[in-house]
Unconditional design. Structure first.
Length: 527
């Protein structure tokens, strides 16, 4: 008992000493004492710096860069009008609100009047105008965000107006691109100096290719926990992974490494989010075998999406039946209706006149015997897609559908899809930030030659509704119609992650558009 008491006194003395030392260090901010699993009290000291990697560097111009890691880093310096979180809520940043006309064709953006650029000048609508013009007149990766814009103009210092070509669902979600300062030039040089409105400011670059950012003391968002950021300019993804393993940087993303092939060593934390990268099975509506909706529904029932996600993706995805990100607040959780079910598939095929004959489905079509025979197209240089195609073909063949896989070069794959010379194909596409499905389903042209005026009208109405409840109901209706029609078969949305070493903590909430989202509320601990 005496020995135990002495030990406890020592622990308390050590705790008090650590607290006193931490209080004396200007570069650390002490966090409250916490209890570990053994019941011992521990103190974590919050460091003033975090280290992040950038690779494939081209320019720090945020709307001209083609490097994903540079674009991620520039989110620390630049801000958008609106920001999409991991649940697809669209939150105002440089904007403070908007108004949509009843016909869905005019949207007024009301801007904050309390924001300064890092050089001290005021942020205004003329900065937005310069950014929009630069995107539309250049080759920015954000150009597709503004493809539905017919006109745009400044309406006073703190109002900006877009006129759209047609109603566009969630148009404000497409305004999640960095706003650059008016007349700063659209240079794509490596020595471009970034000047933004965000929580961190560019300060210097040293000979070791290390960019130093410091906290913006006048940031409109308030104080940040981490006062400095070191950006290490690295050669490529492999170098970035090596730097993370060597504890030279504090975090890395799955855009640099694949968790199917690689598992980081040591103590790490994985912050997952669902990306907008969707894999699907395309359907050729020119093929009479696929005309019946019951046949298409049966095909969907014979795709074991959960097994594909767990076995081929190693759980790095989430199975879906509709082309809407399952993380989105307006995603209909009841839309998952075509789980793997061979008995239901048989019933659906019978409804379209198919019957088994010597183990193969056939039917009488225009006086001839038509076998249910399908070729699945994919590109041979993508092993994952080949594996998915083979998995689907095997299941089809085991259930009476004559199925083969055709794996060709990517260029031939693209040509065959464009020329509509396929039955089915395994496709992969990044859905737009506003989850507008019109480019995949509109009667004006799509990969599948699908056309339905009811679908066109529904998507058009999605662009005119106002209020979250009304928009949610529109996506419910969309899901119901999509599952009735099966224009193509979504398989999964890909899961991505921000991976950190054990020192990173706080409210870490990466999203598909901003992996460093909420960094103002992060901590990096040195103990």
């Amino acid at each position: 008992m005496i020995l135990k008491g002495i030990g406890s006194m020592k622990r308390w003395f050590s705790l008090i000493l650590i607290l006193l030392l931490a209080a004396c260090r200007g570069e650390y901010a002490s966090e409250p004492a916490q209890t570990d699993l053994s019941g011992e009290f521990v103190v974590k000291e919050s460091s003033s710096i975090i280290r992040i990697p950038v690779y494939s560097f081209d320019t720090f111009n945020p709307i001209a860069t083609n490097s994903t890691s540079v674009a991620d880093a520039m989110r620390l310096i630049y801000e958008p009008l609106f920001e999409i979180d991991k649940n697809f809520n669209t939150n105002p940043v440089l904007a403070k609100g908007y108004n949509l006309s009843s016909d869905g064709l005019r949207i007024e953006i009301y801007l904050r009047d309390d924001v300064n650029w890092h050089d001290g000048t005021k942020f205004t609508a003329y900065d937005v105008d310069y950014t929009v013009k630069s995107i539309l007149q250049g080759n920015s990766v954000y150009k597709s965000n503004l493809q539905d814009v017919a006109e745009y103009r400044v309406q006073g210092n703190y109002t900006y107006v877009f006129t759209l070509k047609h109603p566009t669902p969630n148009f404000e979600a497409l305004l999640d691109f960095p706003i650059v300062q008016n007349k700063t030039g659209m240079s794509v040089d490596a020595d471009y100096i970034p000047i933004g409105t965000g929580p961190y400011m560019f300060t210097s670059e040293n000979a070791a290719k290390r960019i130093v950012l410091k906290a913006n003391a006048n940031w409109h968002g308030g104080n940040v926990n981490i006062k400095n950021i070191s950006i290490f300019l690295l050669k490529d993804k492999e170098t970035a992974v090596s730097a993370f393993e060597a504890n030279e940087v504090d975090c890395i993303t799955t855009s640099a490494l694949s968790l199917k092939k690689y598992m980081p060593r040591g103590k790490t934390t994985q912050f997952d989010y669902i990306s907008n990268d969707m894999t699907y099975l395309g359907i050729n509506f020119f093929n009479s075998v696929l005309w019946g909706s019951s046949t298409r529904k049966a095909i969907s029932c014979l795709i074991d999406k959960n097994t594909i996600v767990s076995g081929i993706l190693y759980d790095r995805g989430e199975a879906v039946d509709i082309p809407v990100n399952p993380s989105a607040w307006y995603y209909d959780s009841q839309s998952r209706v075509y789980t793997f079910d061979t008995a239901r598939a048989a019933e659906l095929l019978a409804a379209d006149g198919w019957a088994l004959s010597s183990g193969v489905y056939t039917r009488n079509f225009n006086g001839t015997v038509q076998p249910l025979k399908l070729e699945i197209l994919t590109n041979s240089d993508n092993k994952e897609k080949v594996d998915i195609a083979n998995n689907i073909a095997k299941t089809f063949s085991e259930n009476g559908i004559l199925a083969t896989v055709k794996a060709v070069s990517f260029s031939e794959y693209q040509s065959l899809i464009k020329e509509k010379r396929f039955d089915l194909f395994v496709g992969e596409i990044v859905m737009p930030d506003n989850m507008d499905p019109s480019f995949l389903l509109g009667s004006g042209g799509n990969y599948f030659t699908y056309s339905n005026p009811e679908m066109d009208a529904l998507i058009m109405r999605m662009g005119t509704v106002q209020g979250k409840d009304a928009l949610k109901q529109m996506y419910v209706q969309f899901g119901e119609l999509f599952n009735k029609e099966i224009p193509f078969i979504p398989i999964f949305f890909r899961k991505e992650s921000l991976i950190s070493n054990a020192s990173v903590s706080g409210e870490v909430e990466p999203s598909f558009r901003n992996v460093y989202k909420n960094i103002a509320k992060w901590y990096v601990y040195n103990k």
